[in-house]
Design a protein around this ligand. Sequence first.
Ligand SMILES: [Zn+2]
Length: 207
Amino acid sequence: MEKILRGVVEFRKHDFEKHKALFRKLGKKQQPHTLFIGCSDSRVDPNLITRSLPGELFIIRNIANIIPQYRESGEYLATTSAVEYAIQALNVQHIVICGHSNCGGCAALYLPENAFQTMPHTQRWLEQAKVVRQRVELNPEAADPAAREWLTEQENVVQQMKNLLSYPFIRERYKAGTLKIHGWYYIIRSGQVLAYNIEKGYFEEME
Ligand SMILES: [Zn+2]
């Protein structure tokens, strides 16, 4: 804790001073260009991997970067309201859905029921990605555990891109070309970010 308390003081002294004009401007309003959806994993830092500053990314983070399918219900409001607000109130022009390597949430899709005895909320949340596991298990390559891991993480990104399009206000803007959806896969140990190529149907390195 001492480390982060010291960080707060140092931030004010150095980083804040460096970007003082920006913070003054941001003090009045935000106008982010991108809704960034990532995993809660401590190793996935949206601002760090995109070298972006405060005010640029509106961020949603949850276990396994999941976007619930659109439905009118009171479930999962923390996530669905943030999606709604980013589009309808902030008018972001881009949505990035970013999965990552070594994702504990994606790995948990293969755990037995009894592994969740003390984590019923996590279990219920991850049920939303069951379809990802089902699809990966149809792939013969998934017989190899290492391949199954990244296949699941990447398939999960593709599934969440589809889920985003189940929101009428997203679908409408996407079709009109005023909103772009990007699927990314961040590899922690190499620092690479792969982008999903919709036409080709696979992830490739960004230029
Ligand atoms: Zn994760």
